[in-house]
Design a protein around this ligand. Structure first.
Ligand SMILES: Cc1ncc(C[n+]2csc(CCOP(=O)(O)OP(=O)(O)O)c2C)c(N)n1
Length: 539
């Protein structure tokens, strides 16, 4: 077996059934080897490497399983760079498989096709681990990449394969498979955590993407503690928004102000700790798979490293014995939810109405993909999310252009689910070419594009903070409906929330790729609700 066949079989052995890709001469032997295996490993080729890498990311987020993409070296990999950075930010297990110039030329600076200096260093900078395949180590390295992605914090990994190496024979496919390492739980820290939470008067729970598999445990602890549960982006849906204890970020900010203990699960807790503020009265219990995350901002009162569900099960063993009697907080929680919800809906009325229309038509298990656009920001605060992995966000990377390709692959990963993405006119054109991918691979997603003829958020900041000196933020747009139609995509226009509801119903039932243009114009500023002020006095 040669390296190309070994890597194809290695990907299949590790559960990869779809390869998001864009081929080129350095990778031709690999694609030729794939030819015989497309029943098990289907190539989904895109129109730009950004699209391929964002698709791997969207599928990883929607499925919770590792995904892979393959691109040519140099410009191909650099084009995929923003998506790799986003996968890193979103803790997504995405394998980047990149070509490379011939081994003998690496580092020589001959200027061969697609050569860039030290590609491996770039790949290492964007992943948790990356290596070069040099010959018979191909399978071991594929296996190691999947082990690294499965162990600890799930972040992207990378492999580069010089073009001469694809044809090397003498593969190590039969080499031994290593089982994932088991981490020991710190029982003392778990007991301390249970005591802190059990004796708190006003506990609060904050969750992030690390808790996506721990919904049942989060709910049980929340109910036991009568604690409100807040999430910003990647933890949304862990607790169903309809649960009485589920609160928006805005309401969580109110609870943070006088909480005496916080249980933070699989979240960096960056905004609460660094913006809402800390003081000596607030005890924080951190649960995270990444030991470095536990004390990044300040050492917690208790920090437990491990899988969220396993650690929470541990806490649940000790909590009933130490849990103090607490009055039902549902009255207070409902009141704060009502007040904050009303203010949000009143102030962000257009965004709220569009989101209501989307939620009304999106089935319970439908997937919503956000982007950095006015309705996208508001969705973090206002869109009810019913289950994990149905609210996909580009996390702290905030990468324009991720929305359409991520939505496409969410649909590939979960073909039964309805998938809707929201973008602005700015962000959508970063990757509009992937409408062709939707048509070519028959992927029925609905892309909603809100147009305000501007990089609206940038324009808003320029008006507000730079004396109204608007520069480089106005846009000239195509007719998005005609654009969609020119790709063979169903194109619709909706000029109000009611029309959006009707168009979305039509688009979803058409079972084909669709685009809905919404000429929304400017919308109210959502940022005061996201960048909330300090609410605890420094001690
Ligand atoms: C890859 C990338 N480039 C640049 C930015 C900076 N940026 C943030 S918001 C924004 C404007 C987005 O405009 P649009 O998509 O039309 O949405 P709107 O704010 O108008 O709703 C820009 C350029 C970014 N977030 N991502």
């Amino acid at each position: 077996m040669n390296t190309a066949e070994t890597i194809v079989l290695g990907l299949i052995e590790h559960g990869i059934d779809t390869l998001y890709c864009l081929p080129g001469v350095q990778n031709d032997p690999f694609f030729d080897a794939l030819h015989a295996h497309t029943a098990k490993l289907r190539p989904v080729h895109t129109r730009h490497e950004q699209g391929a890498a964002y698709m791997a990311l969207g599928a990883a987020l929607a499925s919770g399983k590792p995904q892979a993409f393959c691109v040519v070296p140099g410009p191909g990999l650099l084009n995929a760079g923003a998506a790799l950075a986003t996968a890193y930010a979103c803790n997504a297990p995405v394998l980047a498989l990149a070509g490379q110039i011939p081994s003998s030329a690496i580092g020589k600076g001959y200027g061969l096709l697609h050569e860039i200096p030290d590609q491996l260093a770039i790949l290492r900078g964007l992943t948790k681990w990356a290596e070069r395949v040099t010959g018979s180590n191909a399978f071991s390295l594929v296996h190691e990449a999947f082990q690294r992605m499965a162990n600890g914090r799930p972040r992207p990994a990378g492999l580069e394969v010089p073009m001469d190496v694809w044809g090397h024979t003498g593969s190590d496919f039969s080499s031994e498979r290593v089982s994932p390492a088991k981490t020991e739980l710190d029982l003392e820290a778990i007991k301390t955590a249970a005591k802190i939470l059990g004796s708190a008067e006003r506990p609060l729970i904050m969750i992030g993407g690390g808790a996506l598999g721990a919904g049942a445990e989060v709910r049980e602890i929340a109910e036991m503690l009568q604690a409100p549960v807040g999430a910003y982006r990647n933890g949304r849906g862990v607790l169903d928004s309809r649960h009485a204890l589920s609160v928006s970020l805005t309401a969580a900010h109110r609870f943070w102000a006088d909480a005496d203990a916080v249980l933070a699960v699989g979240t960096r807790l960056q905004m609460p700790q660094q913006s809402w503020g800390l003081d000596g009265k607030l005890k924080i219990v951190r649960v995270d798979i990444d030991p470095e995350e536990l004390a990044r901002v300040q050492p917690p009162a208790a920090g437990i490293c491990g899988d969220a569900g396993t650690v929470l099960k541990g806490i649940l063993q000790f909590l009933p014995a130490v849990n103090k009697k607490r009055p039902f907080r549902s009255g207070e929680i409902q009141k704060i939810k009502g007040e904050t919800g009303k203010k949000l809906k009143d102030t962000l009325a257009p965004q709220a109405a569009y989101l209501e229309a989307i939620r009304a038509e999106l089935p319970e298990d439908g997937i919503f993909v956000d982007e950095l656009t006015q309705v996208g920001y508001a969705s973090r605060l206002l869109l009810p999310v019913y289950s994990p992995r149905t609210f996909l966000s580009s996390g702290y990377q905030g990468t324009l252009g991720w929305g359409l390709p991520a939505a496409l692959s969410a649909k590939v990963a979960r073909p039964d689910a309805a998938v809707v993405s929201v973008s602005g006119d700015g962000g959508f054109l970063f990757n509009a070419q992937e409408l062709a991918t939707a048509v070519r691979h028959r992927i029925a997603v609905v892309a909603i594009v809100f147009t305000d003829d501007a990089y609206g958020n940038v324009r808003m900041y320029q008006r507000q903070f730079y004396g109204g000196r608007v520069i480089a933020s106005d846009l000239v747009n195509p007719d998005f409906v005609k654009l969609a139609e020119s790709f063979g995509v169903l194109g619709l226009r909706a000029s109000s929330p009611d029309e959006l509801k009707t168009s979305l119903k039509k688009a979803l039932s058409s079972n084909q790729p669709a685009l809905i243009e919404v000429p929304s114009g400017e919308m109210p500023n959502p940022w005061p609700f996201i960048q909330m002020p300090r609410c605890r006095a420094p001690s």
